[in-house]
Design a protein around this ligand. Sequence first.
Ligand SMILES: Nc1ncnc2c1ncn2[C@@H]1O[C@H](COP(=O)(O)OP(=O)(O)OP(=O)(O)O)[C@@H](O)[C@H]1O
Ligand SMILES: [Mg+2]
Length: 256
Amino acid sequence: MGLRARRGLGQRGFGRDEGAAAGASRRSRAPARLEVRDLHSGYGRLTVIHGVNLDVAPGEALGILGPNGAGKTTLITTVAGLLPVQAGTIELDGERIDAAPAHQRVAKGLALVPEGRQVIGSLSVKANLDVMLLARGRITHDPEHQARVAEMLEMFPSLGERLKLNATSLSGGEQQMLAIARALMCNPALLLLDEPSQGLAPTVVEELAERLAQIKGTVTMVLVEQSENVLLDVVDRRLRLRMGRVEGPAASLKER
Ligand SMILES: Nc1ncnc2c1ncn2[C@@H]1O[C@H](COP(=O)(O)OP(=O)(O)OP(=O)(O)O)[C@@H](O)[C@H]1O
Ligand SMILES: [Mg+2]
């Protein structure tokens, strides 16, 4: 059965379910608009991204495809604030964020699911979910936080069965689900995903596609992948990156 045929589950919609999770849902942020203008970035004096423009409408899901070394990770980590901008601008809902440190971009609603997942292996699954809150000096019995955890466990039931296990004991697919759940714990308005399918079996990638279909529209998404796969079924629009440049005509805003 194809992804679209199975959308029934997704139609319930992340952030729209009844019950324990509803409190957090009502407080969900509206999806943000991302505008990247003539972006240049790289490493030290090396420029890898050469004048990239992106316009991603609120709630839109954009796919960025490109081969090894095209600059996908460099682009997405620059948007997240983990690499400095060499030239150009990045705006979230019309506000410049390109000079803001990464943690301030998180506070403004940007969340990154990094390449290679990077879950914190020495911590339990639950602590990986709590870590965003703890980093902001808040307490884990905050009702909004608890509702958010409940919402994540509803979306990713396998995590609920493994809450006390160290994240390293999870399978690759479960670690990817945890990395996504951890990013969603921040209640993001923009979710950046860097090759979430990497190293996963096709059936796991299908499951991941269902989860992304479930959250689609509730958060603006930029999904980076090396090649076509079932995850790209989820996006509204895709563009190709090659040698740090967007191929073809400039990406235009989706008609809404
Ligand atoms: N830390 C670094 N220092 C210097 N150059 C780097 C660094 N990281 C990446 N590069 C270079 O930047 C270019 C783009 O790399 P990047 O990791 O952004 O590509 P990618 O599209 O994400 O590739 P992949 O599909 O393999 O993940 C490559 O030429 C790479 O060698
Ligand atoms: Mg990469």
